[in-house]
Ligand binder design. Structure first.
Ligand code: MRU
Length: 350
């Protein structure tokens, strides 16, 4: 089943906060609650929050139509949804696509139906894109490889199938014997909670490791390649992804291990010259402090916390960027312009 789906006139999401203990579906009937679901990470992962925001725009169009205020409501919803999480460009890309579609419609009352068709198309495309990306990426995977993976980039992080985890899934479906080292991914543990859950369902062998152990496994020759997702790729090839990715890339290069971000071209933002221009989301302190050790809180009361949710990996540490249109190799500026030149052509919320 899809992690983001339109069911009986409402948006249905898998609640990713409670996995793997509980499989819970939640439904939304207004865009404000959808924005809150994105911020509180009921749904997370760049492509999944893009598709979620697209259906949020459908809900806004329905609300606007009931008040004869379709475009003004959509403009307010666009701003609210885009503000929910700033780093993943798929969010603003999807919102801009839906807003652009609405502005093409002469009859405002026809907008809700047109936006529903557009959001459905975006969601369907996401699944197809991931499968194509999976084929390109799997060409990099050899029988017997051990792949280090960070965060969660699977079916849960997309509409279905996944990006880096989609590559792993394709390689497995091709009959390659692979093993996945799953970074637990502090502070929200997307690796331990979500990637381990998905790999279990798929029957793909894996070992969960503490984030701090990744360097040890790389230095001791136990990793053949590193595959991750991304929330935004700048025009020069710098990549923003889940906090901790940069450290993996540096250690991978120091040990001669290839490092591949796997992204749909909607994650490529050619309007930003470099990763320095990518906004990095700062999340609440309780994400870091919220776990317990032997039943106790982990830090003294009043401890100051910094919690950037993403980091930027400069392009010199990246072997190639896998997309649904092929693999971009250095020089990345040329390769990305060729592969993703049209990806955000119509994307503007202005
Ligand atoms: O904070 P999250 O869980 O939304 O972060 C997700 C990631 O960093 C993923 O690697 C990225 O969004 C790509 S998901 C296909």
């Amino acid at each position: 089943m899809r992690s983001v789906e339109w069911v009986d006139g409402k948006l249905q999401l898998i609640d990713q906060r409670v996995l793997p203990q509980e499989f819970r579906l939640v439904t939304y009937d207004n865009y404000r609650d959808v924005a809150d679901a994105i911020y509180t990470m009921v749904v997370r992962g760049a492509p999944a929050i893009g598709a979620t925001a697209a259906f949020g725009m459908v809900l806004a169009a329905l609300e606007g139509a009931a008040r004869q205020q379709v475009l003004p409501t959509l403009e307010t919803a666009a701003a609210t949804l885009c503000a929910a999480r700033p780093t993943a460009v798929n969010l603003s890309w999807a919102v801009a696509r839906l807003l652009g579609r609405a502005r093409l419609e002469a009859d405002p009352m026809a907008i809700p139906q047109a936006l529903l068709a557009e959001a459905q198309a975006l969601a369907d495309e996401d699944v197809e894109i991931n499968k194509r990306l999976g084929e390109f990426g799997a060409s990099l995977v050899r029988n017997g490889d051990t792949i280090l993976h960070h965060c969660n980039t699977g079916a849960l992080a997309t509409v279905d199938y996944g990006t880096a985890l989609g590559v792993i899934r394709t390689a497995h479906e091709q009959g390659k014997h692979i093993h996945v080292l799953v970074d637990e991914t502090r502070p929200r543990l997307q690796g331990a909670r979500l990637t381990a859950w998905e790999l279990t369902q798929l029957g793909i062998p894996f070992t969960l490791i503490a984030d701090n152990a990744a360097g040890h496994f790389m230095r001791t020759g136990q990793v053949d390649l590193v595959m991750v997702g991304a929330d935004r790729v700048a025009a020069n090839g710098d990549v923003a992804n889940k906090i901790g990715t940069y450290k993996l890339a540096v250690v991978a290069q120091a040990n001669g291990i290839p490092f591949y971000p796997c992204v749909p071209t909607s994650t490529v933002d050619l309007s930003l010259p470099s990763g320095d221009d990518i906004p990095i989301e700062e999340r609440p302190a309780d994400e870091v402090l919220g776990i317990s050790y032997q039943g106790q809180t982990i830090a003294p009361e009043g401890t100051h916390v910094a919690n950037p949710a993403f980091d930027v990996t400069p392009r010199q540490y990246i072997s190639g960027i896998v997309t649904e249109r092929g693999i971009a190799y250095p020089p990345f500026d040329l390769a990305l312009a060729r592969l993703a030149g049209d990806s955000h052509a119509a994307a503007s919320t202005d």
